[in-house]
Write a protein that binds this ligand. Structure first.
Ligand code: CP
Length: 338
């Protein structure tokens, strides 16, 4: 990736290590704005089209928040039934129209490849907020940014990382994107734990092995005590043909204080892209870990704002101008520690 300005962000395959590190360095500069220590109007007058044709809490709201924090405005559409796509309009036509109303578009859609198809009709940059079971590149960036921050506390980097990915690795787009992005670093050890039928796709395993990393596949938690990161995932019930099929796997890999202590070293950082399924039959990441210092799930969500601010600044070419449009904050702020 030679430069960001005017580019679509559709896949982690677009990124090399230098581009990832550029996003991280710009994300670091966004911290005072996300913390409400000051604000900026660098995107005053710009409009984000925030199009979410599939359910979302974090990605949709943090894209909007990130754009607002840079001084821009957000126009949103949520759900397929509220859009003319439900009347048979093509992704191309929708993109052609909405890119006339916006300076940049963020989009989520349930079909793999749909955001790339949409981008072909768009006259403005498009950022993929998740396309079916395929990819979630901005989540991969915020996950990797979080890993870098968690590791920095002990003087380590992303190189030489051991990550355990657990759960639905077949349909979980976050693990597809994160695994591929991690291959840009050196000597990463992957332990992939899932039921056989929910295993990581061969294309992702091939990318890991072709880049020279170590890959271990298992159907149980035993033997992963050395993992630096435990990346838990949700059974992606919306991708199964029936609830009965999804129910077969619910609760198979619960993580709670007792299981964590039994299977992981005391420094292992616990991550999850969220939402976690907290219903009793699943309870995949127990509330008894909520106050554990190694639980990074809410640091991930906070970091999502920084990373998405960085992507907007970079794709709209204002990453070096943000400070020029600084303003003081006038209202009461509950001091954040992002
Ligand atoms: N991690 C994530 O994509 O969450 P949402 O589905 O809430 O956007």
């Amino acid at each position: 990736m030679s430069g960001f300005t005017g580019q679509h962000i559709l896949s982690v395959n677009q990124f090399d290590r230098e581009a990832v590190e550029k996003v991280f360095s710009v994300a670091d500069t966004m911290r005072p704005y996300a913390n409400r220590d000051k604000r900026t109007q660098v995107l005053d007058g710009a409009i984000l089209g925030n199009l979410f044709f599939e359910a979302s809490t974090r990605t949709r709201v943090s894209f909007g928040t990130a754009f607002n924090l840079l001084g821009g405005e957000v126009r949103e559409t949520t759900g397929m039934s509220n859009s003319a796509l439900a009347k048979g309009e093509s992704l191309y036509d929708t993109a052609r129209v909405l890119s006339g109303y916006s300076d940049i578009i963020a989009m989520r859609h349930p079909q793999a490849g749909s955001v790339s198809e949409f981008a072909q009709g768009s006259r403005v940059p498009v950022i993929n907020g998740g396309d079916g079971a395929n990819e979630h590149p901005t989540q991969a960036l915020l996950d990797l940014y979080t890993i870098a921050k968690e590791r920095a506390a002990s003087g380590a980097g992303i190189d030489n990382l051991h990550i355990a990915m657990i759960g639905d690795l077949k349909y979980g787009r976050t693990v597809h994107s994160l695994a591929k992005m991690l291959t840009l670093f050196s000597n990463v050890q992957f332990t992939l734990i899932s039921p056989k039928d929910l295993a990581m796709p061969d294309s992702v395993c091939d990318a890991i092995e072709n880049a020279g990393h170590t890959l271990r596949i298992s159907e149980q938690l035993e033997g992963i005590v050395e993992a630096d990161i435990c990346y838990q995932t949700r059974i992606q019930e919306e991708r199964f043909s029936s609830q009965d099929e999804a129910n077969k796997y619910r609760g198979k890999f619960r993580l709670n204080q007792q299981i964590y202590t039994q299977h992981f070293k005391s420094q292992t950082v616990i991550m999850h892209p969220l939402p976690r399924d907290s219903r009793a039959e699943a309870n995949e990441l127990d509330n008894d870990l909520n106050l554990h210092p190694n639980l990074a799930i809410f640091r991930q969500t906070d970091n999502g704002v920084l990373v998405r601010m960085a992507l907007f600044a970079l794709t709209l070419g204002v990453e070096d101008k943000v400070k020029d449009f600084d303003r003081p904050v006038h209202w009461y702020t509950n001091k954040r520690t992002i």
